[in-house]
Design a binder for this molecule. Structure first.
Ligand SMILES: [Ca+2]
Ligand SMILES: [Ca+2]
Length: 132
């Protein structure tokens, strides 16, 4: 998977996945290629806003945007999707998750992923049990 996924047109993506399907059973894109987030500049000063006002910029200062079609496209091609890496530290969670790592897992389970890599397996299993 390349960093140009979001900028690539759907037909190109689909043919790329079809090519991958000739030699693989699945793809393992980084999380943002499935559920992107972005910084915002609501005060229009040309700098991303420090949403939580802690003086630092991290994932807590990002907001989720529309998911990509990667999971759907991969499934239509017959490929499984595993994504990575889930972590529980608050500074690694977008503002939408409100410091709750299970909220992130739920978003990805709802998007239809087939598996994931987590550095906090206990949280992952708990989130999976709550989602299915
Ligand atoms: Ca700003
Ligand atoms: Ca901040």
């Amino acid at each position: 998977m390349t960093s140009s996924w979001r900028a690539t047109s759907a037909p190109t993506r689909t043919s790329g996945l079809a090519e991958i399907k000739t030699y693989a059973d699945g793809v393992a894109p980084w999380k943002p290629y499935i559920q992107p987030s972005k910084q915002i500049d609501a005060d229009n000063d040309g700098q991303p806003d420090d949403l939580n006002g802690d003086g630092k910029m991290d994932e807590r200062d990002r907001v989720l945007i529309e998911p990509t079609s990667l999971v759907k496209d991969a499934h239509e091609t017959g490929l499984m999707v595993h994504t990575w890496t889930f972590r529980s530290e608050p500074y690694r969670l977008a503002s939408d998750y409100k410091n709750d790592p299970t909220a992130e897992y739920k978003i990805f389970f709802d998007l239809g992923i087939d598996g994931l890599f987590s550095d906090f397996a206990d949280v992952a299993v708990k989130a999976r049990s709550a989602s299915f």
